[in-house]
Design a protein around this ligand. Sequence first.
Ligand code: 26V
Length: 818
Amino acid sequence: MMNAKELKKAIEDNVKVLYRKTIDEASKEQVFYALSYAIKDTVIDEWINTHKAYDEQDAKILYYLSMEFLIGRALGNNIINLGARKEVAEVLEELGFDLTDIEDQESDPALGNGGLGRLAACFLDSLATLNYPAYGCGIRYHYGMFKQKIENGYQKEVPDDWIKNGYPFEIKRSEYSYIVKFGGNVRVDNVNGKEKFIQENYGSVKAIPYDMPVLGYENGMVNSLRIWDAEAITNFSLEQFDKGDYQKALEQENLAKTLVEVLYPNDNHYAGKELRLKQQYFFISASLQRALDKFKSTHSDIHMLPEKVVFQLNDTHPTVAIPELMRLLLDEEGLNWDEAWDITSRCMAYTNHTIMSEALEKWPIDLFKSLLPRVYQIVEEINRRFVVQIRDRYPNNAAEKEKKMAILYDGQVRMAYMAIIAGFSVNGVAKLHTQILEHQELKDFYEMMPEKFNNKTNGITQRRFLVHANPLLTDWITKKLGSDKFITDLPQLSGLKQYLNDDKSLEEFMEIKYQNKLRLVKYIKEHNGIDVDPNSIFDVQVKRLHEYKRQLLNILHVMYLYNKLKNDDNFDMYPRTFIFGAKAAAGYRRAKQTIKLINSVADVINNDKSINGKIKVVFIEDYKVSNAEIIFAAADVSEQISTASKEASGTGNMKFMLNGAPTLGTMDGANVEIVEEVGRDNAFIFGLSSDEVIAYENNGGYDPMTIFNSDTEIRTVLMQLVNGFYSPNNTEEFREIYDSLLKKQGNDRADVYFILKDFRSYAKAHDEVEKAYKDKKRWAKMALTQTANAGKFSSDRTIEEYVRDIWHLTKLRLDNAK
Ligand code: 26V
């Protein structure tokens, strides 16, 4: 890092060169760019140095293949990882600017939907911090996750043109471009008695990588996030084109334009769109071609690949990497099937992130085959050989096993099965989730190949979600522990336990929470125009909107409390602010209706003077990484209320915990492990267990109508959905929500997410929260207990487990590092 004087000069010079301005004429945005380029400059040498060390140490490299990297803003994070926060803030102050203001100028790169994409970003941060050689490989979407506007209570999607003004932290690497081919047909040639497969009449596109630096924390390590952009191949010359060529050129132009245009904003719902499969193959083919070339530039024997390269498939989206690697090894490297298979299956590992059946990727064979004719032949052969294996192993029930396990079945390519069959590792993302995979969802595979299955409980990076998000708490912890080692060794937080009975420390801890609540109050006032009482309980649910996450349960409970306040003279409650933040996939009706419901309820309650502000409901527009940081730091209560068995892990739960908010939740995903760490007394647990949910799903026996008929308070709430109480202009507005809770849908059951079933125990858990909160000291202790026990949930721990059990990487030595 340069010293203060150099930095100041660099900023001033950049403002001059970029904008022909002196620093006192520059806008905040211009200073943002000037500072960012200065930071990139300081990173460049370490970046080069790191990759030299890769080569010199002949390091094994991880390629983390992911359709999504929800990286969030880079500037603040980079400054922290350079260990230069204070220094940069001071220099900016001298120049008349505030660092936080300048950070706010950065667009929030949202190349991901939610949990899965954010996890990938946390993993990159931890890999670099722990000195592991790794590339993130993904797509340079021109439009990321849409921006959410709330108009009249409805969600409106606005395109996220994040690179409009140029992104300062990327470098275009045209020299590493590759051609990717789509469609056409495969011709088989016979060359010296050997079959050669040649794809013809295809359309093609050029893949150009852009690299972003991924900095380790104060260790001189800089890995790369490599995202691929598409450009048309324009090598046809005007004299010789006939009509067909011209048509083709146009098509290719078009393909290049549409291919990387936009991130699919679906989370947990598979739609089977051809363009999506094109995106998958595009970035996979380019990433693998590059990985092989890089390997070959320093090694002569391709059989050594598994010793030097490992690919992690982030869900099934990159699974086409399996047949693509086979293709490269067979057709380009000239290996035979057994050699290619041996190498491929020792290089590929798969992570499952959901058991929601609607998210499972299954491609129609016709579509797959016409888009990827040669790759499809290879999938067929992989499947053929696997089916032979099944018949060998299960001679008595081969047909049944084939139905359950074959890759190709019923006209579809089942991507998860291909990943399991071909890879050497299959992991779930929390203990409970892995158990459900082993014993329910994937039990046939677990029975046949138990050695492949393992758990890797998710984690989060404390560099972003504590150090950057919560500087006050970071400083306090540093003081209390007498060291800032927790920044790279989170379990050191357990040292805070010695303060659990120290009144002064508890007060300080809660004072920091209060300050962070003030920061959020200000944000809400600025963005929503709502006044919020910082002394109320901040009860927060922020995450993608999905039925299984049950934002509906939360808002129904708010409606129930409001009724009690209005109708029951003996009822009183501690002031509460219910904070929501959630994007709904653009085509997800029920999710959008739920957003409208939350906003309608907010309208009525926030404007009812008679309840003296006891309840406020806030829907934070455009929930994203940058405002998430402010929200987690300010939360009192963490709502993690998914129907048990449905949330694979959750990672928001960990971010709340780290910032001192106890969990109000079901025994689902990583909540189970959070409770294990803090103890049952320091969490508010309610609802059906995952076994109970699964039993109901298998055997029936739950009818929400009985609850509706017997519980008047619940009935009143439900009736308010259809009597215009919250939608005076359209009593039908929430009819579908009402129906989803009570009416059997086709052959399905009603209330498949067990909202009414869990309602009473949820309400009771809320009572417990209130009781606990009123006892200030008890609450402070409980809150500090969360932070003190968050050590396990660092993504540093997760990465070390992946390295130990799956990747087998060696830490890179960086001699020039400080
Ligand atoms: C699935 C699909 C299906 C096809 C269309 C596009 C699309 C995009 C994303 C996904 C991924 C859904 C899976 C997911 O995000 N799972 C979440 O992963 C988190 C990290 O492991 C975990 O904490 C959450 O519990 C889990 O829901």
